[in-house]
Design a protein around this ligand. Structure first.
Ligand code: 2PG
Ligand code: MG
Length: 445
């Protein structure tokens, strides 16, 4: 029996920053399937283009044109094509890429196309009567022995363009690599988060416990080592010394101007570093703290610094993740591979605009011997798609912000559901733990 789309509609809804975003609803004989699209603040130049209306409403951020594109162009075209959702998602996704016709989805809008792609992925899973993570696993070329639960990297201190404090670096993440299950990792991380809250309140006063866009605290600090000292103190007082690793995303593109990195960009008092000085700063931090992951340490076009730093990091355990650098785009991944610029792909579905292209990007990264780190956006919704995606592609780690705020915990809660479901079904399932970078290699080939 073929499973056809019978209706495809979209609406304008709000994201976690109160900005409009696209919600898509598709129908098949199996039911109604929804998805809501996320949106970034520290966006790179090489991302697929979100369509925004301009004008007065919502400060120009409305998405009614994208909504209209779903209802009047994409939906009717998909229905007319009579795709069989039981056959998978690829054909449908690449049809939308062709329908848009641009290289960056600027005609129909990546926010329009992605909403349809995600909702259709859910419809495809239902057509096969399997969970979304299992459907996404079957969409990859990997044939794994079992499922691997990712290590959560929780952004507990927010800076950069995600908060109002003077801290230039955007994200300080804690990763419970020493836990024995995903649920235990989340418990430990939530306990550390509460300890951190008390430490921040004691050190800076109660007014400092307000949080940033991704649910982490944003105390009045500006030096990376101050953030790391607070985190290490919280891990210690929660009783988990040695069982957490740290990840940092400075989001360096945001403060790169005229060949220099201005760590004072938020305070108005310039604190400019050359890329060599910034590299030394990272090396100092890596030597002192248990840092396992650095994302976007340099700006999206500062190729020489990326390549030089990757050389320095060879042989160390530090994962160098390209976010703005790669934009979940195979062309950028290939360029980075030629330049030997990094060893890991940050995977954000809305940077490329379809689920199938995001999966292809992950496969290319794996082929290169890299790891893959699945990510939310700072503007999120309670849509938990990326939880299933991280399990489906077996990437071993994901970031979804702090263990706080509904749109952040929705993903962690879904992952705990998946872990319980796999245990109940007695399906082989392990927690990635210390080996999070290599979870995907647990394959049958
Ligand atoms: C990042 C992300 C998500 P944004 O830089 O990695 O944490 O932020 O969505 O604002 O680009
Ligand atoms: Mg980033």
């Amino acid at each position: 029996m073929t499973t056809l789309l019978t209706s495809v509609t979209a609406s304008q809804r709000l994201d976690s920053r109160g900005k409009p975003t696209v919600q898509v609803e598709v129908r098949t004989v199996d039911g109604t399937f929804r998805a809501i699209v996320p949106s970034g603040a520290s966006k790179g130049d090489y991302e697929a283009v979100e369509k925004r209306d301009g004008g007065k409403a919502f400060g120009g951020n409305g998405v009614l044109e994208a909504v209209k594109n779903v209802g009047e162009i994409i939906g009717p075209a998909l229905i007319a094509q009579r795709f069989d959702l039981g056959m998978g998602l690829k054909e449908l996704d690449y049809f939308m890429v062709g329908l848009d016709g641009s290289s960056d989805k600027s005609n129909l809008g990546a926010n329009a196309i992605l909403g349809v792609s995600m909702a259709c992925a859910r419809a495809c899973a239902a057509a096969k009567n399997i969970p979304l993570y299992e459907f996404l696993a079957r969409e990859t070329r990997l044939r794994r022995q079992g499922f691997v639960m990712p290590v959560p990297f929780l952004n507990v201190l927010n800076g950069g363009v995600h908060s109002g404090n003077p801290m230039a670096f955007q994200e300080f993440m804690i990763a419970p690599t020493g836990a024995s299950s995903f649920a235990q990792g989340i418990q430990w991380a939530a306990e550390v988060y509460q300890e951190l809250k008390s430490i921040v309140a004691k050190t800076f006063g109660k007014a400092a416990i307000g949080i940033g866009d991704e649910g982490g605290f944003a105390p009045p600090i500006s030096q990376p080592h101050e953030a790391l000292d607070l985190i290490m103190a919280a891990v210690k007082s929660a009783g988990y010394e040695g069982r957490f690793k740290i990840g940092i995303d400075p989001a360096s593109t945001e403060f790169f101007t005229e060949g220099e990195y201005d760590l004072g960009f938020k305070s108005g008092e310039p604190r400019k570093l050359s890329s060599t000085q910034l590299m030394e700063l990272f090396q100092g931090l890596v030597g002192k703290y248990p840092i396992a992951l650095l994302e976007d340490p340099f700006a999206q076009d500062d190729w020489d610094s990326w390549s030089a730093f990757n050389k320095i990091c060879k042989g160390s355990a530090v994962e160098l993740v390209g976010d703005d650098l790669l934009a979940t785009n195979i062309r950028r991944i290939d360029k980075a591979s030629k330049a030997d610029a990094c060893n890991s792909l940050l995977l954000k579905v809305n940077q490329i605009g379809t689920v199938s292209e995001a999966i292809s990007a992950a496969e290319r990264a794996y082929e290169l011997g890299w790891s893959v780190f699945v990510s939310h956006r700072s503007g999120e919704t309670t849509d938990d798609f990326i939880a299933d995606l991280a399990v489906g592609i077996g990437c071993g780690h994901l970031k979804s912000g702090a263990p706080c705020r509904g749109e952040r915990v929705a993903k962690y809660n879904r992952l705990m559901d998946i872990e319980e479901e796999l245990e109940a079904k007695k399906t082989s399932c392990s927690y990635a733990g210390e080996a999070f970078r290599y979870a995907h290699t647990n394959t049958k080939g």
